[in-house]
Design a protein around this ligand. Structure first.
Ligand SMILES: *Cc1c(COP(=O)(O)O)cnc(C)c1O
Length: 351
């Protein structure tokens, strides 16, 4: 069998959750959208079910998968519904929808609820994606509160720049949120992973942690408080020694300078390993850091071997020895995208 394997360490997922909840205080949603950032949503949900205050997914179908799989924790729909008819399923599955625009609000109020629904009312505090503008927020809140259809309203907003060095934008968004919420009762939720770590004033009743839950430092460094959950590993299945001045791979983009042992590893861009990670991108061969040589192919990639390494040697593409943030930087992208793209690998869950 092809050796490409995504090891998912569920014990680490639990530790990361506890760490984040402790740092943030209050309650913490484990964000499981996009198949838990590529880790497998249902498996992650079961691993967290006894400790998680709730889960968050992007849309109804993602939540339905968790409910079908036996998950009973609260589930927030971060994008809310896409059609009015979905509110019937929201009710049947006991989900907490975000309401982020006028038609979501009006169709929620038009639905015949058997029992009042818990709503997360979203403010656009400056990111300008979804949510009600601050000046529209109190009217939206009041319409929900007075409808008799809503059990509770959690006031929420999302930051555009919480993982960046420049702090002004996040502070401005927090002020805009607080000003517009000044006289509105209820719980609040502001912080994603980065904000939970870097902005004490963003820690409210509910945090919403994604990236750091999976053990990745949102500030692109390496935060020892969080342990990478995924380890993407494969094996060397071919080796050869090339003379100096020989090309490797598509486009002959790399030439050896000296006699070089080259290993061929199972894993390529069809598996989600980024094609833009070319010569020099770190990999680890049996725990020793090495580097990719030449271009990444669809199903395989080539890397530099030491003398004692060869066929059968383990290759870590990212995980413990190679931080996924390093691979993302080499490929001009972010860890989120790499995690979500993993496919064709065998997923092995470790308790
Ligand atoms: C994805 C998402 C999160 C989680 O963000 P991380 O940066 O992964 O912690 C939180 N809130 C909302 C609204 C999201 O869409």
């Amino acid at each position: 069998m092809r050796p490409l394997c995504a090891e998912i360490r569920l014990d680490r997922l639990r530790e990361n959750y506890q760490t984040l909840k402790q740092i943030h205080g209050g309650k913490m949603l484990a964000v499981l959208k996009a198949d838990a950032y590529g880790h497998g949503a249902l498996r992650c949900a079961h691993a967290l079910a006894d400790i998680a205050d709730g889960f968050a997914v992007a849309f109804l179908e993602e939540a339905a998968e968790l409910r079908r799989g036996g998950i009973a924790n609260p589930i927030v729909l971060l994008e809310g519904v896409f059609e009015a008819a979905e509110y019937a399923e929201v009710e049947r599955l006991n989900l907490w929808p975000v309401v982020g625009n006028q038609w979501q609000l009006e169709s929620l109020l038009a639905h015949e609820w058997q029992k009042p629904v818990q709503v997360w009312l979203k403010m656009d505090s400056g990111m300008h994606r979804t949510g009600f503008f601050p000046h529209e927020y109190a009217p939206a809140y009041t319409a929900l509160a007075q409808s008799g259809k809503v059990a509770a309203i959690v006031k929420t907003s999302h930051y555009a720049c919480a993982d960046e060095e420049e702090r002004g934008m996040t502070e401005m968004q927090t002020e805009a949120f607080d000003l517009a919420c000044a006289h509105l009762a209820g719980e609040e939720s502001l912080a994603n992973s980065a904000a939970a770590l870097a902005y004490p004033q963003a820690r409210r009743d509910w945090g919403r942690a994604g990236l750091a839950l999976y053990g990745i430092d949102p500030f692109l460094g390496h935060d020892p408080r969080f342990k990478p959950v995924m380890r993407l590993v494969t094996e060397i299945f071919g080796e050869k020694v090339l003379q100096p001045h020989e090309p490797i791979g598509y486009g002959a983009s790399f030439y050896t300078k000296r006699s070089t042992r080259v290993g061929l590893a199972a894993g390529g861009y069809a598996d989600g390993y980024p094609r833009r990670a070319a010569t020099g991108t770190p990999v680890a061969v049996a725990g020793r850091r090495s580097r990719i040589l030449g271009r990444v192919s669809m199903d395989m990639l080539t890397l530099e071997l030491a003398d004692h390494e060869g066929i059968g040697s383990e290759v870590e593409l990212w995980g413990d020895t190679v931080d996924i943030n390093e691979v993302a930087a080499a490929a001009g992208t972010i860890a989120y995208e790499l995690l979500c793209n993993v496919k064709r690998a065998k997923f092995v869950y470790i308790q």
